[in-house]
Ligand binder design. Sequence first.
Ligand SMILES: [Ca+2]
Ligand SMILES: [Ca+2]
Ligand SMILES: [Cu+2]
Length: 275
Amino acid sequence: MSQDGDTVGMVLLPGGSFLMGTDDAEGFPEDGEGPVREVTLASFWIDAFAVSNERFARFVDDTGYVTDAERFGWSYVFAGLLPAALRRGAPRPDEAPWWCGVSGAYWRAPEGPGSGLGGRADHPVVHVSWHDAVAYCRWAGTRLPTEAEWEYAARGGLVQRRYPWGDELTPDGEHRCNIWQGRFPTRNTAEDGYRSTAPVDAFPPNGFGLYNMAGNVWEWCADAWRADHPAKVMRGGSYLCHESYCNRYRVAARTSNTPDSTVGNLGFRCARDAG
Ligand SMILES: [Ca+2]
Ligand SMILES: [Ca+2]
Ligand SMILES: [Cu+2]
């Protein structure tokens, strides 16, 4: 049974105009972060939290849905989270050798065979493709946020700031999101408290009451990366982002993946039209 009409756990954001994108010198112009432009949005609802394992389980239990990672029989897991036996011999992409293709990895077994969701019911679901996320949204009577909605939401009412809370990564030395500390990809000191995913309600929310827009897991958006491109936009960065190589936990940062891609640091949250 779908939950059509249900806005529990969502925040209503009033429509209006905002300045999208950045010309930040610390940004990645080649990603299309700029130029800064004014964008006008209608009012919309958005989840305060990324979709958790518990929420996704309700969908799967109700529908019997089989995710893309299950159909393909494998997914990408960060090497540093794997036991040696699974790490050894796992195929790794040349351009990002810290990812291991792990047979049997999917949302209920995030680090492959032998792993489970114990203690992680309230963590964001991962190893979900864009198609899986859209299927969840259809069941829930929601949709993925557009990229503009996502950024407007992430900014939390601030204008042209670098992060959802301001311009400083760790104001007063305090960690405000779940990213990587130490030396990527070999040493994660987890000073923010988390080596992998954090609960969806970890860290204080932004000015709109939204949690973990920056860091924790990347989040799928509805939009295509470019008009002529099959890949879909992802926003917000993840627990693997580090300022030394990928500071894409900035609110204007963006990247993409093909819609059937699944990986252990990529999830989503829902939006819906208002009125
Ligand atoms: Ca962390
Ligand atoms: Ca996030
Ligand atoms: Cu990153």
